[in-house]
Design a protein around this ligand. Structure first.
Ligand code: BV8
Length: 319
């Protein structure tokens, strides 16, 4: 199939990739869109319905743990039904071919780990939907890779929500969102907030929510980084040490609106270490606060299609 990528860009990038040794990738929700998972912002933004500050903050969890758990239980369910796409697999293959290539993902959907991305070269900046931890001050219980769905019976998908059918090829995750909104009777482009009674979130008493098996009393929370919370310090150190270890040849910025910090800040940090920047995005405006510089690349299109193609000179064909 003829490439949608301008030949000169593909050629210059492929040549440069072959000579690149130290490479970093920053991933956002757009890489999982063609796996059928809605992105956060943009046309189909999942958070367009729920203000991010309403749900992804410690204060929201404190005030409405049932609401926040229903939001995360729905996203766990969606992510488990989705499949990694060729972009996830291509990056995993690049990591096997280039030991000095690290991937920083902002995504909590678990698709990069499920694409067998070498774990020592993959850093989950914002945690994972499938990690849980105790909220009791005196308890340090946590567990990773908990794929039980629903995590407790009370958090089963509400009856009037459609079973999510994440389909690959849903290029911006909009179909996934639209099918959800249609089922809720929410018109295209209509903004609703969480107080809208069409949003199928029922009041659940806290004792029906996940509790800590260790201290027996603490409520469990999703093991993700909420707004206002620090990213995992161990992860920040590991990434900073890698960046300090020498010049960086290339940073791939894939499927992110580059609005959330400190994750978005890695692009300028890499640039300061000599990196050229290659952005893969559906939207030419989403190239980060410092924009593109001479020598950078912008590849417009679906990451699920573009990423395997631009990495092919090193990874070979990804099925
Ligand atoms: C912290 C986990 C301090 C939860 C998430 C500096 C400046 C300004 C603000 C701040 C700053 N420092 C801190 C802040 C505040 C805040 C912040 O950045 N706010 C933003 C809104 C301005 N940051 C924080 O609070 C961070 N914490 O700094 O703490 C601290 C330090 C010490 C001690 C205590 C505190 C924590 C931020 C982490 C929040 N958690 N996720 C969950 O997921 O539920 S953020 C969440 O949103 C994601 O993880 C991701 O990071 C972000 C969404 O962004 P994207 O992934 O880019 O997705 P988006 O939908 O926006 O864009 C999709 C893109 O894909 C678009 O460009 C679209 O065009 C493109 N696309 C779509 N389809 C495709 C595609 N591209 C290719 N192919 C396609 N098919």
């Amino acid at each position: 199939m003829a490439s949608a990528i301008p030949a000169a860009d593909l050629r210059s990038f492929s040549e440069y990739l072959k000579t690149s040794k130290r490479i970093i990738a920053l991933l956002g929700a757009g890489i999982s869109a063609s796996s059928g998972l809605p992105t956060f912002r943009g046309a189909g933004g999942l958070w367009r319905t729920y203000e991010a500050t309403d749900l992804a903050t410690p204060e929201a969890f404190e005030a409405n743990p049932d609401l926040v758990w229903q939001f995360y239980s729905y996203r766990r369910h969606m992510a488990l039904k989705a499949q990694p796409n060729r972009a996830h697999f291509a990056l995993a293959e690049l990591a096997r071919k280039r030991k000095d290539f690290i991937t920083l993902t902002q995504n909590v959907d678990g698709l990069s780990p499920r694409a067998n991305h070498p774990s020592e070269q993959l850093h989950l900046l914002h945690g994972s939907l499938f990690n849980v931890k105790c909220t009791s001050f005196y308890c340090s219980y946590s567990r990773n890779n908990d794929f039980t769905d629903p995590i407790v019976p009370a958090l089963a998908i509400p009856k009037n929500l459609p079973e999510p059918t994440p389909s690959t090829g849903d290029k911006t995750g909009e179909e996934a969102t639209r099918s959800l909104y249609n089922a809720l009777g929410i018109a295209e482009g209509e903004e609703v907030d969480i107080s809208d009674d069409r949003v199928p979130l029922k009041g659940l008493s806290t004792d029906l929510l996940p509790h800590c098996p260790e201290c027996k009393e603490g409520l469990l929370r999703p093991g993700v980084v909420w707004f206002g919370e620090s990213l995992p310090l161990q992860t920040l150190d590991t990434v900073d040490n890698w960046m300090k270890a020498g010049p960086i040849d290339l940073i791939l910025v894939i499927g992110t609106s580059s609005r959330v910090y400190p994750a978005a800040g890695y692009v300028d940090k890499a640039r300061a270490k000599g990196a050229r920047v290659a952005v893969v995005n559906m939207d030419r405006n989403d190239v980060g606060s410092s924009g593109l510089k001479p020598g950078d690349w912008f590849f417009k299109g679906d990451a699920g299609v573009i990423v395997p193609e631009i990495l092919q000179s090193v990874t070979g064909e990804i099925q």
